[in-house]
Design a protein around this ligand. Structure first.
Ligand SMILES: [Zn+2]
Length: 427
């Protein structure tokens, strides 16, 4: 039987392989249709009033949709962002802690269909191919959409998907023995501790491909997947709960390097005032989902930082290159240095750190920084302090404490499974 999805014979799906003129035509067409629909929503009707939009080149003249604008006008508390009279079917996902007010993302039937459609060539590019058996280890429930999306997509691709979510190492090993899955889709913070234990239980446990998203993966974890599990391809996908997937790693990429999904969710990099930053410069990421019609997201500020890298990737794909620098919300002042959790993590990563949490407490008006971390080997506090000094200049060691915890022991957000990267205990 033919699978529903046709894998690309040359390994580069058509949407990632367009000539510049063809790509511009496609982006113009998608953007104009999106704007036409958006004008039907009361919020956008007001914000876009009198603006002349003729193509994607005009995008920078449109107002930014901040996270605050979004939550203030969010369905079901308001109908201001709906392009139709009421919400007529589709699906809902959410972000936000278990205690804070939820932030809902509403997808119409067309919108969700378009997301799945765009994710098929995406998953192929991330390494999936005909005949793969996929262990789907993303989260599910609490309006969390990760596992369900992968489940639909693997099914559409004609693959076998095993909806495991978060399981015990024993269950994982049993299912691997029974079905010999060769690929996994994981959230590193919840899956890596399970994979390490599974490998202890069953040293012959091997997997060819790992696709991960939701959180970053340290170089130490990547190296371990290759050496211990024999993984040949490790690829990252970046997505926002509200806007869907927007970045992926081709076979030439690792670390922060990604391709933008130009024809699905158009990325812009802007400064603090929403003005475009020239290519190569760092700034805030804005997403315009070109296929989300029920509740449009146009120039939506997702709270992440990145930069567009000029030039074409060695793989030949026409999708632009995006260096993804992580959450701007994780930003803090480290004894006089502006930084963020991802940056501290990448500074300490060469020592073998796999998980990290920063706790900032105040004593007599002075910040005390406690760095809690997990690593497969014992790491001396002194060597970590040396790396921090190298990166940030002379720091006073007296302001820092380091605490090594067991692998997998750092607290996770119960809904998303992500490690809480930064905690302020300022009284
Ligand atoms: Zn590439």
């Amino acid at each position: 039987m033919d699978s529903v999805y046709k894998f690309s014979p040359d390994r580069i799906p058509a949407v990632q392989n367009r000539e510049p003129a063809d790509k511009k035509r496609r982006l113009d067409e998608l953007f104009l249709e999106l704007v036409r629909r958006a004008r039907k929503a009361p919020y956008f009707a007001r914000k876009l009033e009198g603006l002349d939009v003729n193509g994607i080149a005009d995008i920078a003249g449109l107002p930014v949709l901040t996270a605050d604008d979004y939550t203030r006008n969010m369905y079901p508390y308001s109908n201001a962002l709906l392009t139709t009279d009421g919400f007529h079917g589709g699906t809902v996902s959410r972000t936000g802690g278990t205690t804070s007010k939820p932030k809902y993302a509403v997808w119409g039937t067309f919108d969700k269909d378009a997301q799945i459609e765009a994710s098929l060539p995406l998953l192929e590019t991330l390494g999936l191919s005909e005949g793969d058996v996929v262990a789907n280890m993303l989260h599910v429930g609490n309006l969390y959409s990760g596992l369900l999306s992968i489940e639909f997509e693997a099914f559409r691709m004609g693959l076998t998907s095993l909806a495991l979510s978060v399981v015990s190492p024993e269950t994982l090993v049993q299912v691997w023995k029974d079905f010999k899955f060769n690929a996994m889709v994981i959230l590193p913070s919840s899956a890596m501790p399970v994979l390490r234990k599974a490998h202890e239980l069953e040293p012959s446990f091997r997997v060819e491909k790992v696709i991960f998203g939701g959180t970053s993966m340290t170089a130490a974890d990547r190296a371990w997947l290759r050496s211990a599990l024999g993984v040949k391809r490790v690829a990252s996908v970046i997505a926002s709960n509200d806007g869907g997937p927007f970045g992926y790693q081709c076979e030439h990429m690792s670390g922060n390097a990604h391709h933008a999904m130009d024809e699905y969710s158009f990325v812009e990099i802007v400064d603090e005032d929403g003005k475009p930053v020239p290519d190569g410069g760092e700034g805030r990421i804005l997403l315009t989902n070109l296929h989300k019609h029920a509740v449009p997201l146009i120039r939506y500020e997702i709270g992440d930082v990145g930069r567009l890298v000029p030039g074409r990737c060695a793989c030949g794909r026409s999708d632009r290159r995006l260096e993804f620098l992580g959450r701007s919300k994780d930003g803090f002042i480290l004894i006089g240095n502006t930084t963020n959790v991802s940056e501290v993590k990448s500074t300490l990563e060469p020592h073998g750190i796999t998980e990290l949490q920063i706790v900032i407490e105040q004593k007599n008006g002075v910040d005390q920084v406690r760095i809690r971390f997990a690593a497969p080997v014992k790491i001396e506090a002194g060597t970590l302090m040396d790396s921090l000094n190298e990166r940030y200049g002379k720091l006073e060691a007296g302001h820092f404490t380091f605490e090594q915890v067991a692998m997998g022991a750092l607290p996770r957000n119960p809904v998303s499974g992500k490690i809480v990267g930064l905690i302020y205990n300022r009284s």
